[in-house]
Design a protein around this ligand. Structure first.
Ligand code: FNR
Length: 371
């Protein structure tokens, strides 16, 4: 394939990214933790699940939109929070947000972005955008992030709850690679008045020193439900928990009045050896019914995967690596992936024999998820 041909397949983007990125950066994006069993299972679960199309249905007019948190979303997929995007392209999150805005694809911005909260919100405007919180181990900085997100126009806070520590990512350890050491992903800290006042009062720290300060508060290991209750008090924004896999945690979230869940094993990057995200979704949805919106991520590579996830009970899905690889070509690359995903979804929906994404239910699958 010549470099000028359109890249459509996920594998082609992955291959392209591998050629273009440093070994460390590519390994960081691609790999999972430990033996990558969970990473593989996320895909296998999608492969196992079977769609059954209906025929002779009028599918000449289609509607891809859904409702989530009282907002209309143009499509049932969102860009997952992917941190450190500057290791992939200098335009980083700015390029992803611009592309998402044009394609009307909702964007979840990572805490560890190289573009500030305010700038991303300004780019996204009326297209829904959520702020993903890696809860800093400093309550004042945490509160400042949340207030900035609220003030600048974000529509929800997504608290990632599966990361008290980073997973044991053997590829990164072998490569001696840590994305934050490149200076990527620190913009929200650098632009935060509370962080600056507390950790860099004289504005005299070098970048390396700042990175060390950021690392020292990046994850909070004693985060519990009481912190989530505090968060509910300090913000009016809906709160979504990302990284829930256990049905008992999902039940607690409902009891605590959480607004939504993202069933996720972090794309196989945190605890290895878990079941697939799709299987966890199936169990959780069966147990908790329709009490709460549930999103899922991990292994979604095309429209049929989106349809499968919706069929077993997801309200929407997130995609991570598919757009991250395309970001190698900046905004234009992400444009290609998002437009392709939307087009694929539109035609796959029609071929499934359904004309509204909202109408997808278990009747279009035959089996259940087994891994
Ligand atoms: C992630 N993910 C992630 N999650 C999160 O809550 N905050 C973050 O900053 C990041 N950063 C990040 C970087 C990279 C390079 C990857 C690949 C993933 C996890 C992400 O939100 C999502 O859960 C998975 O990427 C979904 O799986 P797929 O679509 O990549 O298979």
């Amino acid at each position: 394939m010549s470099e000028t041909n359109a890249r459509i397949r996920y594998e082609d983007w992955e291959h392209y990214a591998k050629k273009r990125l440093s070994k460390g950066a590519f390994g960081y994006v691609q790999s999972g933790s430990n033996q990558e069993q969970t990473l593989v299972k996320n895909r296998e679960a999608f492969n196992d699940l079977e769609l059954v199309p209906r025929v002779l249905k009028d599918v000449s007019n289609r509607d891809l939109s859904i409702k989530l948190l009282n907002q209309s979303l143009a499509v049932p997929f969102l860009l997952a929070p992917v941190g450190f995007q500057r290791i992939v392209h200098p335009d980083a999150e700015r390029a992803s947000a611009k592309s998402a805005q044009k394609a009307k694809v909702p964007y979840i911005m990572s805490t560890v972005s190289s573009t500030s909260i305010e700038e991303v919100s300004e780019i996204m405007r009326d297209v829904p955008h959520y702020f993903q919180l890696y809860w800093p181990n400093d309550q004042d900085v945490c509160e400042s992030f949340v207030k900035r997100a609220e003030k600048s126009g974000f529509d929800a806070i997504v608290v990632t709850v599966d990361t008290p520590y980073l997973g044991h990512r053997e590829v990164d350890l072998s490569n001696g690679y840590s994305p934050i050491n490149t200076g990527a992903g620190i913009e929200n800290f650098l632009t935060d008045p509370v962080f600056q006042e507390k950790y860099n009062p004289n504005h005299d720290l070098s970048e390396a020193e700042l990175i060390d300060e950021i690392k020292s508060i990046l994850f909070k290991q004693d985060l519990t439900w009481s912190n989530i209750r505090w968060l509910k008090k300090i913000t009016d924004l809906p709160i979504i928990l990302k990284g829930v896999m256990h049905v008992d945690d999902a039940k607690l979230a409902v009891e605590e009045g959480i607004d939504g869940l993202i069933v996720s094993n972090h794309g196989g990057r945190q605890l290895d050896g878990t079941q697939s995200a799709l299987k966890a979704l199936q169990t959780i949805r069966q147990e908790i019914g329709d009490d709460i919106p549930i999103l899922v991520d991990g292994g979604v590579r095309g429209a049929p995967d989106v349809l499968k996830a919706l069929a077993i009970g997801a309200d929407a899905v997130l995609i991570g690596r598919p757009y991250t690889y395309a970001l190698v070509d900046g905004e234009a690359g992400v444009d290609q992936v998002l437009n392709n995903f939307t087009k694929d979804l539109d035609t796959s929906l029609a071929i499934l024999g359904v004309n509204q994404v909202k109408k997808i239910d278990t009747s279009v699958i035959t089996n259940s998820v087994n891994r």
